[in-house]
Design a protein around this ligand. Structure first.
Ligand code: PEP
Ligand code: MN
Length: 336
């Protein structure tokens, strides 16, 4: 149930609705909109009777919410969410380009790549310090030392950084150093992590689980929002299918569907979908053409020596070309 208040509703009228909701044992979540406030009702198991609210002064409407998710839904908040990170804005109308290595391997590696990402016009630097690896015998990331290198990149190049958090134990540490905290595909339904992300003071980039449906993905985002963090960026990174020509199958059809269902920004990671560098630029162009609000791409100056995901990492000059191409696509759509 969503209670839509009159444009002229007073703070007392809003509070009265909140009190009624809470007197029933539910949680009230006021959502300020452009010109009016709406109030979402959370933690109700069954339907809530609209008669509790219709006719109260200041109440315009009481709308049953038909989707399982509420806070992430466009029914609840019709306007697109814009997320500000430093001087970068992510969301409708903006094309945010994120580049960097799969993993931070050394200060020299991170600084070399960051310089090239910045030169190409990238807005945000990526790099994993804690890596979820299929094999326990492969490079697991530099941990805290990697986070410190990310902080140096941010200070040197004046670029926000995004990095993955793998567990609740290291969450405080990652939150301290990251500008955006990434939750990876393997953790999309790690509910303890999602609850902790709800209390995070940084935006969360929530990657789609490798076989997650739209509803499962949006419900995972709902956990974060219900926990109190409204700043969630969705990231499509390919889903597992039967094909062998790519690591995963990039599900571009999900982009317009997410935009219809949710007000949250959605970006695309073509690198983990492709698994091979030669597919990354075409998939990036297509992602922007289909309406993605940004891209996250792996870049390495020496991919043959990369400690993870070298085969899908672009050379810096390829990233430069990618940025140029996708800006053209974005501008063309804007003008049209
Ligand atoms: C990554 O971004 O480096 C990563 C591990 O991605 P995913 O969780 O999508 O596999
Ligand atoms: Mn990777």
């Amino acid at each position: 149930m969503l209670i839509v208040m009159d444009k002229k509703a007073t703070a007392e009228e809003v509070q009265r609705v909140v009190d009624i909701i809470e007197s029933k044992g539910f949680t009230a979540r006021p959502i300020p909109g452009g010109d009016r406030v709406s109030i979402g009702i959370l933690n109700n198991e069954g339907p809530v009777d609209p008669a509790l609210f219709i006719g109260l002064s200041g109440v315009k409407d009481a709308i049953p919410v038909t989707r399982p998710y509420k806070l992430v839904s466009r029914e609840t908040k019709p306007n697109d969410t814009l997320i500000e990170v430093g001087n970068v804005i992510i969301g409708n109308g903006h094309l945010t380009l994120i580049g960097g290595p799969c993993a931070i391997e050394s200060e020299a590696q991170a600084m070399t790549i960051a310089e090239r990402v910045k030169e190409a016009g990238g807005h945000i630097f990526r790099g994993g310090a804690y890596k979820p690896r299929t094999s326990p015998y492969t490079f697991q990331g530099m941990g805290l030392a990697g986070l410190k290198i990310l902080a140096k990149v941010r200070d040197t190049f004046d670029m926000p950084v995004v990095t993955e958090v793998m567990d609740t134990e290291t969450f405080d540490r990652v939150e301290e150093y990251a500008d955006i905290v990434q939750i990876g595909t393997r953790n999309m339904q790690n509910f303890s992590l999602l609850k902790r992300a709800g209390q995070c003071r940084r935006p969360i980039m929530l990657k789609r689980g490798m076989s997650a449906t739209l509803d499962e993905w949006l419900m995972a985002a709902e956990y974060i929002m219900a926990g109190g963090n409204p700043n969630v960026i969705l990231c499509e990174r390919g889903v597992r299918t039967f094909v062998r020509h790519s690591r995963n199958t990039l599900d571009l059809s999900v982009v317009p569907v997410v935009q219809k269902e949710s007000h949250l920004p959605i970006i695309v990671d073509p690198s983990h979908a492709a698994g091979k560098r030669d597919q990354v630029i075409p998939l990036s162009r297509a992602s922007v053409a289909v309406g993605a609000h940004g891209l996250m791409v792996e870049v390495h100056h020496e991919p043959q020596n990369a400690l993870s995901d070298g085969a899908q990492s672009l050379y810096p000059e390829q990233f430069t070309r990618l940025c140029r191409d996708v800006r053209r696509v974005h501008d063309m759509l804007k003008d049209g």
